[in-house]
Design a protein around this ligand. Structure first.
Ligand SMILES: Cc1ncc(COP(=O)(O)O)c(C=O)c1O
Length: 298
């Protein structure tokens, strides 16, 4: 099979694994690593804008809280993860238009098996920085509703930002087969949870509505949009959002670090209007990314 790397500049990136930088073709983890054995890791996707890492403290707090919830041992300190991140970005001469996938696995095991008892080396920290502008077409994405439901907290707490993404991937497979960008995943009661990769908002009569945190990822972009809306007198409700409300929405958009704020143009083949509230929210979000974030020390 021939492989095509998106953005040619990414052919020469250096990847950080446990204190060392490797050319991408030599960046490897053990077959005994917990990620291989059971998707047993936690991760963050971060963005670098013009020499600043956006929402860095918030991302690292979610990472470390997720690792604590999964009972990892020897979790690295926030400052140690920050310096590994800065070292990686500096080695790659990356200061703008960069997306970073930062993963902390439970680490290498002494034998294959499920129990954390076999994890005797401490966690593995992996930092993959890539040149990657926001991934979605800003003229609007097309979605379908997936038949795969999002895990409810009774199965797997959505506040844990873990690497066990199989149900999201199954939903994405449905979206790919349907020739659309992504798929809405419902919760067990049939209300919208989120998409396979982003949080979800509708706009109706000048007000926003977004699913509450029960079955959706506690997205940092989602929270920022809720805060920005409230500061700017745009009402925002967190609660159940039904598909009937979605089809009748005036506008709808998705949010996430990878794609920022992206309007939705159709859902299940039904057109969704494009309007001024989504544009206003995008403008407010852009103002934040242009000004805020932790400055790189190089
Ligand atoms: C399933 C899912 N929903 C939403 C998000 C958006 O979260 P954030 O805004 O923190 O990037 C992510 C990102 O990791 C995700 O994987």
């Amino acid at each position: 099979m021939t492989a095509k790397i998106p953005f040619q500049e990414n052919e020469n990136i250096k990847i950080y694994i446990d204190g060392k930088l490797y050319p991408r073709e030599e960046a490897r983890i053990s077959v005994f690593d917990s990620l291989v054995q059971g998707g047993d890791g936690v991760w963050e996707g971060l963005r670098v804008y013009d020499g600043r890492v956006f929402l860095l403290d918030e991302h690292l707090e979610r990472l470390i809280d997720s690792a604590k919830a999964m009972a990892f041992e020897n979790i690295p300190e926030t400052e140690a993860i920050k310096s590994a991140l800065f070292e990686t970005l500096e080695a790659n001469d990356m200061r703008d238009k960069v997306h970073v996938r930062l993963t902390l696995s439970r680490g290498k095991k002494v034998t294959s098996g499920m129990s954390p008892h076999w994890n005797q080396y401490g966690p593995t920290l992996i930092i993959i920085p890539e040149w990657k502008p926001p991934v979605f077409d800003k003229s609007g994405v097309k979605l379908i509703t997936s038949s795969v439901r999002r895990n409810p907290p009774s199965c797997l707490d959505s506040r844990i930002h873990h690497n066990n993404l199989i149900n999201n991937i199954l939903a994405k497979v449905e979206a790919n087969l349907a020739g659309v960008d992504d798929a809405i995943m419902l919760d067990l009661d049939g209300y919208v949870a989120e998409t396979n990769a982003t949080n979800f908002f509708i706009v109706k009569s000048g007000a926003l509505a977004t699913p509450s945190l029960g079955a959706c990822t506690p997205g940092l972009t989602r929270q920022l949009i809720i805060d920005l809306a409230r500061e700017n007198d745009i009402p925002c409700r967190e609660g159940n959002v039904s598909m009937a409300e979605v089809y009748a929405a005036d506008e709808a958009f998705i949010t996430g670090t990878m794609g920022e704020v992206t309007p939705i143009s159709s859902i299940d083949g039904r057109e969704i209007g494009q309007g001024s509230i989504t544009s206003e929210i995008r403008k407010l979000f852009r103002q934040k990314t242009e000004l805020e974030g932790q400055k790189l020390p190089f």
